[in-house]
Design a protein around this ligand. Structure first.
Ligand SMILES: [Cu+2]
Length: 178
């Protein structure tokens, strides 16, 4: 009987004897990737800034709308923007198809923005201003997102959840001032 030529390396120890050399290299690459990705994921948790809401509470569209209107009336300036004093929580409501009010926050100071929807599911996407924030805004829940704006300027808020026929026009602005 002829012996069958095997591609299995006779030098491989123990369990690895079952795998050809290229398979063993592949296994080591997979193992290394798993270790690196796990370390990265854990490291990310401790060393990176996350934008997840830090708090939330149950509310209703009526209650949150009234709260936001009162907040806006209290701090609205002659320029139409609502100037959020340092240390004060801000309120922002989303509805088809706008955001209210136009907030103006101070650079270098952490601010918590409470947001909720008055009707459908909306999105809150803010790019720049010191931090990127991307959230869902659902009715009946107020989300409090804390961030520290760093760069003064005007920033665009866009709705990134399809919320109706004029969804693509739904946007707001946020000002970061010195
Ligand atoms: Cu929307």
């Amino acid at each position: 009987m002829a012996t069958v030529e095997s591609s299995i390396s006779p030098q491989a120890p123990g369990w690895a004897r079952r795998f050809p050399a290229d398979e063993r290299i592949f296994l080591w690459l997979v193992l290394t990737s798993v270790v690196v990705m796990t370390a990265f994921t854990i490291g990310w948790l401790f060393f990176a800034d996350h934008n997840t809401p830090t708090a939330f509470y149950r509310t209703t569209p009526t209650a949150f709308g009234a709260k936001t209107q009162a907040f806006a009336a209290k701090y609205q300036g002659a320029d139409g923007r609502v100037h959020v004093p340092v240390g004060t929580d801000a309120y922002l409501m989303a509805y088809r198809f706008a955001f209210f009010p136009v907030l103006s926050v101070k650079a270098g100071h952490p601010v918590r923005i409470w947001m909720s929807s008055l009707d459908a599911l909306h999105g809150f996407s803010l790019v720049g201003g010191g931090q990127n924030i991307n959230l869902e805004i659902a009715p009946n829940h107020a989300y409090g997102a804390v961030f520290t704006p760093t760069k003064p300027g005007r920033y665009l808020i866009v709705c990134n959840e399809y919320c109706g026929l004029q969804h693509e026009r739904m946007q707001g602005e946020l000002y970061v001032e010195r």
